[in-house]
Design a protein around this ligand. Sequence first.
Ligand code: NAD
Ligand code: SER
Length: 314
Amino acid sequence: MGGPTDRRILVTGALGQIGMELLEALSEKFGAENIVATDIREPDNFENAEINFLKLDVLDFDKFENLITEYNINEVYHLAAILSASGEKNPELCWKINMDGLMNVLELSRKYKFRIFAPSSIAVFGSDVGNLARQNSPLNPSTIYGITKVAGELMAEYYHSAHGVDIRGLRYPGLVSWKVMPGGGTTDYAVEIFHKAVSSKKYACFVERDTRLPMMYIDDAIRATLQLMDAPSESLTIRGGYNLPSLNFTAEELYFKIKEKIPAFECTFEPDHRQEYADSWPDETDGALSQNDWGFELEFDLDSMCTIMIESLS
Ligand code: NAD
Ligand code: SER
């Protein structure tokens, strides 16, 4: 693939937590006129009028194919998915959207040769992973969402080796952002806490105070995504999902850091069913392979992340 102006990009699940931020970064880098944003829902807060928005259910293969050919797409960011907590409520739907949706993208790429970004997650790991998840740690997830992510990584490796599909993936940690509320995940508390700290100054956190998970500020995640998609194909040693370096902090450490900046903020800890999913995931991730293969480094730490979240929401 050549320079920036050659990119004709389609994003699925574009109205979600990552999609709305990615669209902005993609349109800045490649021009809004080269981007087609799609989602199963209609947008109610779509600010960038220059980006073409079209409704697309990723399970509708024919419509998907028509869009790929009509807009001459050569790169797809496949973000449409059901996340961990929503997935446990409706495992069949989670499997269908996460797997059949991915299969449609893979088959279309086999035919039309576009590059794919398909994210994986720290949810690929299960309770046998220990505190630090390495690239090659065991993948024994306990959620249906995690199972779809492991299967998705394997399908990515298979389509790459068997059919030459240029697919790339990252195991995102929990992502912290302020523009769009997260969509039914376990790490959502790390976003909700900021909204409540700024608005009502009270939050009941749905995991225990000592719950420690790998996290990342959204700008680092978007930068990692664009960097991976720009990396020369021959530098990539895996296709399913690169571990990323990540921040790690407990829910209580996050609370205390926010309280340093908003002293009136009070947080209680009232775990619900999502505690079990959080407990099955690692505390932190080792991102050595992404650093080695395509040079990724984190820019935000816990303090700078909290500062930008609070300033942006205030
Ligand atoms: P999100 O829930 O915020 O957004 C997903 C979008 O997909 C929603 O806008 C939804 O309307 C859309 N969608 C659902 N079903 C669809 C269908 N059938 N056809 C088309 N669109 C459909 O999710 P997100 O946080 O933006 O996550 C995007 C990707 O990143 C997912 O693959 C997710 O597993 C992965 N990921 C996210 C995080 C995180 O912390 N946000 C962490 C790890 C991995
Ligand atoms: N943030 C996601 C979730 O909690 C992890 O993939 O489901």
